[in-house]
Design a protein around this ligand. Structure first.
Ligand code: C5P
Length: 233
């Protein structure tokens, strides 16, 4: 299966508070972007998974640094994978749209740079469901906390049935046609790509995610990522 992987990494990282874009924050001596590209290249070691290219989307002023990080990761993984770097946009979906313009192959995976430790098994489940014929596949986890809907004053309006909810992660997998359809409406934005696919009327299949595919968003997540990295050395 010939596949491109788009890695949106153009977020500002304001919630992380590290005074630099999140993808360039250090975890165990390497940037978050480096770890993520390395993991993708490692996964693509399976012969049947034909990784066309990795498209990294970053802030326009960090394209040179991003190319260096991503190429270093690909070289370290020893796969000779082609890395393309493009400038992102104001919203995540603008960044993915910019990446999509460079995508080649039958399938496209979109994988947040900030989900640094996503296990290969999650990629495998997403890709496996694509090969079974699902046009859009997302990894998801059951929600463990009780969820309540509240009003603006913080008063509980309703307790939500969590058994029908899933917390959705990446990589999200698409046939090239499905992702193009999802992004056909140029003005649309969403917090994930499958959200746009849903709006375009496409069926979205959930496969099992993994707690290790957490998104480094706040300081707590960064501490967790650094602890995991130390444990691997
Ligand atoms: O903001 P959020 O945590 O949902 O971002 C998820 C991923 O999307 C991150 O890897 C981030 O760098 C990326 N992103 C982007 N362009 C934006 C905003 C976020 O590529 N404008």
């Amino acid at each position: 299966m010939s596949t491109s992987v788009i890695v949106p990494a153009a977020g500002s990282g304001v919630r992380l508070g590290e005074n630099r874009p999140k993808a360039f924050v250090d975890v165990g001596g390497r940037s978050i972007l480096w770890h993520t590209v390395f993991a993708i290249c490692e996964y693509s070691a399976d012969d049947w998974f034909d990784l066309d290219r990795i498209i990294v989307v970053v802030p326009a002023d960090l394209m040179v640094a991003a190319r260096h990080e991503a190429q270093s990761a690909a070289d370290n993984a020893g796969r000779g994978t082609e890395v393309v770097v493009v400038p992102g946009g104001a919203e995540r979906s603008d960044s993915v749209r910019a990446g999509l313009a460079q995508a080649t192959g039958e399938y496209v995976l979109v994988h947040d740079a900030a989900r640094t430790f996503t296990p290969a098994a999650v990629f495998e489940r997403v890709v496996g469901a694509l090969l079974e014929g699902h046009p859009v596949v997302v990894p998801g986890l059951p929600v463990v906390d009780t969820l309540k809907r509240v009003d603006q004053g913080g008063r509980v309006v309703q307790t939500v049935d969590r058994s029908v909810l899933r917390a959705i992660q990446t990589p999200q997998g698409f046939t090239a046609d499905a992702l193009a359809r999802a992004y056909a409406d140029a003005g649309d934005t969403a917090t994930d790509d499958a959200g746009l696919a849903e709006r375009a009327g496409l069926p979205v299949q959930v496969v099992e995610g993994d707690p290790l595919a957490f998104k480094i968003t706040k300081q707590w997540d960064l501490r967790l990522a650094r602890t995991i990295s130390e444990g691997r050395d």
